[in-house]
Write a new protein. Structure first.
Length: 564
């Protein structure tokens, strides 16, 4: 498959080039800063790719930093899962692994500095009152009655907050900026709150924690980050980011926040809240369910890190929000696996064929190509005998005009084997077809007729005597609507659009014997069907394969019918 898709330009790359040219920075330092409160998904992959690839391109470095400022939702399990995902995507942070919690003491000192500069104060308003006093987009906020406390009183209260003298929710530390600012983020935002919960790293050392907006920008500055890349929803937070930096950081260069459009993918939801619903309400089997857009789910499904990096490269980096067709992601995995995946024959819905003029005791080994896209991968031998399996869908007793596969009196080619012709149809007492009788032409070995006659179909097959039984999980898109959240304003829950056929389990599949001793994560092309991966539930006694993606996108027509 030839690639005809051009890679878009990258406006962030142009900014970095200009910064280096103007000597604003002498080197490039980026960071990927996840909060360890959940699993990464395909949207995070875009950020990982962007931060690490830009650092690599310009000879700089990329940090992995966990912004772990909320002990209520964070856990070491997520830390390890995120590290595994970043490594799997092919990126290494080396010695540059950091945590915002590494800087808790320094961040506390920064807060004290703001108090001393009369730029922060302890506020006794409740969370509800703070929200009420904040104002709206059209009305200015109301100053807190505690806004003009003295420096001495604020320092005393803040240290007592740290010492655990006050209850959760009774006091917060707020930056003193501008309650009439048109940007709500600048209306005296909370920068410290009391949370009496143990932290996954600092345990019970702290009972006050910095907010994300306060800790994130200052952690960037502490680490010497030059370009702080974040998604578009943080654009309104940039003035606050810069305010903290300008008030508290004297060294140059100061980190520059640059926003880019986050990834929106059709037939998918990437909201953490919605993904949690899918897991907790049992619509999927877990965070690594192959239908989930999490990196753990994509990895289990069989996606390769190369295909995901290629996807990120092709969709590019822009500032305008848009919806990327999931077909682009599927294109990337097909493009990747077409080059590397070994071809195998597997019959997913078997129908037995008896070749009546083939000797009952005879069997032979036929040569099959492992990958026609890469002949260096060689060939293999597949067994052939009197009884074989073909796909049930490859036979019709009364075929329509454009059906070219097997039918009574019709001849077809068996892949790598012989021409066969249907001579009889065997049915059970209910009229169901249970067996097809055929004859074969021994002169057509290898799939070609010496007399030059042609057939219109080539079928894959598996020797019945040598076949191994397997389970195949046919995964499809999780939603039937391109934008599952589109109708939420109409009161229609996104889960109403879950695809009832997103998982179909086939228990009676017949596979060629070379698939017997497969290993977890191995990927193959099942000829005429698609690309498949060995699932973690697989055993030596019963291999289990996941459909990664079919050979062709069959969704365009289906989607039109669904949305009529």
């Amino acid at each position: 498959m030839k690639n005809t898709i051009e890679v878009p330009t990258n406006f962030i790359k142009n900014i970095i080039i200009e910064d280096l040219k103007e000597k604003r920075v002498s080197s490039v330092v980026t960071r990927f800063p996840p909060e360890p409160n959940g699993y990464l998904h395909i949207g995070h992959a875009k950020s990982i790719w962007l931060n690490f690839s830009l650092a690599q391109e310009f000879g700089g470095r990329c940090h992995l930093r966990f912004d772990d400022t909320n002990p209520v939702k964070e856990d070491e399990t997520y830390v390890e899962a995120i590290k595994e995902d970043v490594k799997w995507l092919g990126y290494c942070w080396g010695e540059h692994l950091y945590f915002a919690s590494d800087y808790f003491e320094k961040l506390f000192e920064f807060a004290v500095t703001l108090i001393k500069k009369k730029k922060a104060y302890v506020c006794d308003l409740s969370p509800e009152e703070i929200k009420k006093y904040r104002g709206t987009l059209t009305e200015p906020g109301i100053p807190s009655p505690y806004r003009d406390r003295s420096v001495e009183e604020n320092l005393d209260l803040f240290y007592r907050m740290r010492n655990g003298e006050f209850e959760e929710g009774s006091k917060v530390l707020r930056a003193k900026i501008d309650m009439s600012s048109p940007n709500l983020n600048m209306r005296d935002p909370v920068i410290y709150r009391i949370i009496k919960k143990p932290h996954h790293r600092t345990k019970d050392k702290w009972c006050i924690y910095p907010t994300y907006d306060f800790a994130h920008c200052l952690s960037d500055a502490i680490e010497g980050i030059t370009h702080s890349l974040c998604s578009q929803e943080f654009e309104d937070h940039r003035p606050l980011y810069e305010w903290f930096i300008n008030e508290l950081i004297d060294t140059e260069p100061k980190p520059k926040q640059i926003e880019f459009a986050r990834l929106n993918l059709t037939y998918t939801v990437l909201s953490k809240r919605k993904l949690i619903q899918l897991v907790q309400e049992g619509y999927v089997s877990g965070w690594d369910d192959p239908r989930m857009p999490t990196l753990a789910g994509l990895r289990r499904r069989g996606y390769t890190p190369e295909s995901i990096r290629r996807f990120c490269e092709l969709i590019g980096v822009g500032k305008s929000e848009s919806m990327v067709d999931i077909a682009m992601l599927e294109y990337c995995i097909r493009e990747d696996l077409n080059k590397r995946a070994l071809r195998k024959m597997a019959v997913l819905n078997p129908l037995k064929v008896v070749i009546v003029n083939y000797d009952e005791d005879k069997e032979e080994m036929l040569e099959a190509i492992n990958n026609p896209e890469d002949m260096s991968q060689g060939t293999r031998l597949v067994p052939f005998c009197r009884e074989i399996y073909i796909e049930r869908e490859d036979f019709m007793e009364e075929p329509p005009k454009k059906f070219f596969r097997l039918a009574p009196g019709r001849e077809v080619r068996l892949r790598y084997a012989y021409f066969i012709k249907c001579v009889d149809v065997i049915k059970d007492e209910n009229g169901n077809i249970v067996e097809i009788h055929c004859t074969y032409d021994p002169e057509t070995k290898g799939g070609n007729a010496p007399d030059g006659r042609k057939v219109k179909a080539t079928l894959h097959w598996v020797s019945a005597r040598h076949a191994i039984d397997a389970e195949v999980r046919m995964y499809d898109r999780l939603f039937v609507k391109p934008d599952p959240t589109e109708d939420e304003k109409k009161g229609i829950d996104f889960k109403e659009y879950i695809n009832p056929d997103s998982l179909v389990v086939l228990n009676n599949c017949k596979l060629e014997p070379s698939l017997k001793d497969v290993k977890l994560g191995e990927r193959f092309q099942f000829e005429r069907k698609g690309y498949f991966c060995v699932d973690k539930d697989s055993t030596n006694e019963r291999p289990i394969f996941n459909l990664i993606v079919p050979l062709r996108d069959k969704w365009s027509k289906h989607a039109k019918k669904t949305n009529k």
